[in-house]
Write a protein that binds this ligand. Structure first.
Ligand SMILES: Cc1cc2nc3c(=O)[nH]c(=O)nc-3n(C[C@H](O)[C@H](O)[C@H](O)COP(=O)(O)OP(=O)(O)OC[C@H]3O[C@@H](n4cnc5c(N)ncnc54)[C@H](O)[C@@H]3O)c2cc1C
Length: 460
């Protein structure tokens, strides 16, 4: 996992978001032993959202972050805030039934509303733009998209989704590539790093203590034996050598870093693809997948809005999708490409530029100023993976590249559960997830081969 972290570090260097981030305070590393009601591992959107909601309920919360606030996917992503799930509703319907699946769909719309509420409530300056457009590249994909809209409207009451034929789609996006689209006026896009930093500020204002440069090396449950996960009292959940992690015998969990520890009643693991040895039982169920974005130089308002007059976020429905949007300073931020092997493409700016020109050949004279990437945590079925490793150890993972809005709600659900209202959290915890096949050595090559098959299917 250290290798992944080093790759992520290198990939984050030329990020447009870093260059345009609002100033934010540094948070000192954890030293010594502290007590809290809840310790949150990871200062991305999932962890910060939970911290905020727990503090709102009067709890003392400590957040431990290995690098710095927003360093992970939350501060690097495409900025597209979308309802729904990477898996779509299939795994929900199959595993928990249509009624619960409908609730889950409504909750994904609630996630987008929650984001907008927080932006307003905490005056977070992150350039929200409304509108999210999905576009189809081939007639076959257009038929599938139409069928999806019909299903979502009939079964899930999604009457707000607007179908666009080829002409209407081209009025939205100045590209010959698309033959149909669907507009979700509730979705939208924003500057994700500034949103994350704003959420951290709001959490600190409510009394949350954040420690950066504080990588968690081990976590121990304080729960009595015989309960979920089978961890005994004082049982060690996981610890990267050479730390010895034990609870204090008083039923309290313990979270250790190299220089300190937090003793607490509950722990929330929200480390995305980087948790690794801290919770190997979770790491087996997700696969880190690289995805990448580039930014053009500023295009000027008129030229930018000739590309996307409504300034909506756009993504296509290919298996390896293109996703793009205009920034507040009128650049095109264009995302695409994935690396299932976690090896980044050579000459990332040139690779990304080729993808952009396939959609917008009219941008041949435009310079690329930034190109960066990060890792998403995908699950086998692409549905999110929330649950407990022990009665006092909760986790949120598996957003599968569709977590910008959902992480906010997930954090709220985890906070509700920790505070004793677990019904909404448990709707997700009922979803079953399988480990990736192939063990530590073979699972990445197996995934690369499997994904190649899906990419080929996109061609026909
Ligand atoms: C390039 C890219 C584009 C994307 N585009 C979109 C998009 O347009 N729309 C969308 O919905 N989603 C998108 N996503 C996915 C979305 O960004 C994620 O689902 C979401 O940000 C996950 O948030 P998180 O809090 O779970 O994880 P993260 O933001 O990754 O936060 C986890 C944090 O935990 C820390 N951590 C890990 N291990 C430890 C440890 N042992 N000790 C202490 N701290 C630790 C990490 O340093 C990190 O800061 C994209 C992702 C990427 C990478």
């Amino acid at each position: 996992m250290m290798r992944l972290q080093a790759q992520a570090q290198a990939l984050g260097r030329n990020s447009y978001y870093q260059d345009t981030a609002h100033p934010a305070p540094a948070h000192p590393p954890l030293t010594g032993s502290v007590r809290a009601d809840v310790c949150v591992v990871g200062a991305g959107l999932a962890g910060l959202s939970a911290a905020l909601e727990l503090a709102r309920r009067g709890m003392k919360v400590v957040v431990l972050e290995a690098v710095r606030v927003g360093w992970g996917a939350s501060g690097r992503n495409g900025g597209q805030a979308l309802a729904g799930y990477a898996s779509d509703m299939g795994p929900f319907e199959q595993q928990i039934g249509l009624a619960a699946a409908r609730t889950a769909w409504d909750m994904s719309r609630e996630a987008v509303r929650l984001m907008r509420k927080r932006i307003a409530e905490h005056a977070i300056d992150c350039g929200w733009n409304a509108g999210a457009l999905s576009v189809a590249v081939t007639p076959k994909k257009a038929r599938a998209l139409r069928q999806w809209v019909d299903t979502m409207q009939e079964r899930y009451g999604a009457s707000h989704l607007q179908w666009l034929d080829a002409g209407a789609t081209r009025a939205q996006v100045a590209s010959e590539r698309y033959c149909a689209g669907v507009m979700d006026p509730e979705g939208g896009h924003l500057h994700p790093l500034n949103y994350t930093l704003g959420l951290a500020r709001a959490a600190v204002d409510l009394g949350v203590v954040i420690h950066e440069d504080s990588e968690v090396r081990g976590v121990a449950s304080g729960a009595a034996s015989g309960q979920a996960g089978g961890f005994g009292r004082g049982g060690r959940l996981a610890a990267a050598a050479p730390l010895d992690v034990r609870t204090d015998g008083g039923g309290r969990a313990c979270v250790r870093t190299a220089q300190g520890e937090v003793r607490c009643d509950a722990v929330l693991l929200a480390g995305n693809a980087n948790l690794g040895a801290v919770a190997p039982q979770l790491a087996r169920r997700i696969m880190p997948v690289g995805t990448y974005i580039m930014a053009t130089e500023p295009l000027g308002r008129a030229r930018a809005e000739r590309l996307i007059p409504s300034r909506a976020a756009v993504c296509d429905t290919q298996f390896v999708l293109d996703y793009y949007r205009l920034s507040d300073d009128d650049r095109l931020l264009f995302g695409g490409r994935v690396s299932y092997s976690t090896v980044s493409p050579q000459d990332l700016p040139a690779t990304m530029r080729r993808g952009m020109l396939r959609v917008f050949p009219q941008l041949g004279d435009v310079a690329v100023t930034h190109a960066w990437g990060g890792f998403v945590d995908i699950t086998m079925n692409r549905a999110p993976d929330f649950g407990r490793l022990a009665p006092d150890i909760y986790y949120l993972q598996g957003f599968s590249g569709h977590g910008l809005a959902l992480t906010g709600l997930a954090g709220q659900l985890a906070a509700e559960a920790i505070a004793g209202q677990a019904e909404r959290f448990d709707l997700f915890a009922r979803l079953q997830h399988r480990p990736f096949p192939g063990g530590d050595l073979l699972r990445t090559p197996a995934l690369v081969l499997g994904m190649l098959w899906y990419r080929l299917r996109d061609l026909f």
